[in-house]
Design a protein around this ligand. Structure first.
Ligand code: NAD
Length: 370
């Protein structure tokens, strides 16, 4: 029991450190006399069904503007969220956000192939940026996005929501502190059977198949659970090219990663089968998460010294979406660097490029440095 209390205390401390100082953000927000305003760009599924409903629970953030190429969506969501017409934009008028002081942060929730352009334009318009994962479709684009935000002195954060989800945060603390002994192996699998006829299957808009979209959760988890950067990857791809969904992008990728401390990770990415789990195995047991990175309902089991037990956490004050939105607003207020900065997105893209190259060339590849 005392062990459990220590760990819970540990998470509290971790949250305070990792997510920035809430007290100073509160004082600064009071000084500013308002919450920070977000413009959401791309009113598709994730933006409208998952992100926008969360602003009502935010302490430091509010929704103040909408960007869409579809006038009916602006009318509908403008009415639903009380956003005046003066704060509606389309992709042509986007840059005029520069003149709107109610917008502090632009949240890019567009298809992957558009992330770089709209991040760079937002930074040039003087706005901080939250950009969805994958950060972009190549490491070159990621570097250009980082450079544009740096040049404009604006913050850039990538929408890796699991870093704000309590079970994943606990798994990170437990794995890195050796709760089940030093980590030897990580197994991570993410996938879903993809429906036909959508931008995710169009290479120009997606940048790739399952690896870019859902396999990135296995990759990112292996990196955040170890706190290390992989030295090499070794990958295989399997795609049925007669399936009309996979004319342009891959279906499945399995890969291994080796980390400097000797940890090996074995990962799965799939667009034709459902997976959402990871397991960290140490010398004294394992930490199991299934589902691991879902929108809700994470389930954790821990095996230590031969005994297996579920671990149940109290419902957090802020869920992963709210905590993520508030985190960037807090960072803007306090000047802190976001927990998941542009460099974090770039590191995943560098790994993905090595994974694709390894599958293509049939040999193991080193991961390029940031
Ligand atoms: P979606 O298709 O539901 O929405 C995309 C939106 O972009 C639509 O409103 C569409 O009209 C708009 N759009 C603008 N220009 C377009 C173009 N040229 N082609 C196609 N659509 C265009 O997709 P989504 O599921 O909301 O995904 C959007 C982004 O969010 C992706 O980068 C995806 O990886 C990310 N995402 C993240 C999570 C997460 O859990 N972090 C979950 C889902 C999606």
């Amino acid at each position: 029991m005392s062990d459990r209390r220590d760990i819970l205390r540990g998470i509290g401390a971790g949250l305070a450190i990792g997510l920035g100082s809430t007290a100073s953000a509160r004082a600064l927000a009071r000084e500013k006399g308002r919450k920070l305003g977000y413009a959401v760009v791309g009113l598709g599924y994730y933006a409208t069904q998952q992100i926008m409903p969360q602003f009502k629970n935010c302490e430091f953030a509010k929704l103040t503007a909408l960007v869409s190429g579809t006038p009916e969506k602006l009318t509908r969501y403008g009415a639903e969220y009380g956003i005046p017409r003066t704060h509606w934009y389309d992709y042509q008028s986007y840059d005029r956000m520069r003149d709107n002081p109610d917008i502090d942060i632009v949240y890019v929730v567009l298809p992957n192939g558009l992330h770089a352009e709209y991040t760079i334009r937002a930074a040039r318009a003087g706005k901080h940026v939250m950009c969805e994962k994958p950060m972009a479709t190549s490491s070159d684009e990621c570097r250009a996005m980082i450079a544009a935000c740096k040049a404009a002195n604006r913050k850039l954060m990538i929408g890796y929501r699991s870093r704000f989800e309590p079970y994943n945060r606990l798994a990170i603390d437990l794995a890195r502190s050796g709760h089940v002994g030093p980590t030897r192996e990580i197994v991570a699998a993410h996938g879903f059977p993809i429906a036909p006829d959508q931008w995710r299957l169009d290479r120009e808009l997606s940048g790739g198949g399952s690896m870019m979209d859902i396999g990135i959760y296995s990759l990112n988890a292996a990196r955040y659970l170890t706190g290390e950067e992989p030295t090499y990857v070794s990958a295989s791809e399997s795609t049925d090219r007669s399936d009309p969904r996979f004319r342009e992008v891959e279906d499945r990728v399995n890969w291994e990663m080796a980390f400097p401390s000797g940890i090996l990770a074995s990962c799965v990415s799939s667009y034709s089968s459902a997976h959402n789990r990871y397991r960290v195995t140490g010398t004294k047991g394992w930490i199991d998460m299934e589902p691991a990175t879902s929108y809700a309902g994470q389930a954790m089991r821990i095996n230590r010294d031969g005994t297996t037990a579920p671990r149940v956490l109290p419902t957090p004050e802020k869920n992963q979406f709210t905590a993520q939105l508030d985190h960037l607003a807090q960072c803007v207020l306090t000047g802190d660097t976001p927990l998941v900065s542009g460099e974090e997105g770039l590191r995943d893209l560098l790994c993905i490029e090595a994974i694709y190259a390894s599958a293509r060339e049939g040999r193991r590849m080193e991961v390029a440095a940031v």
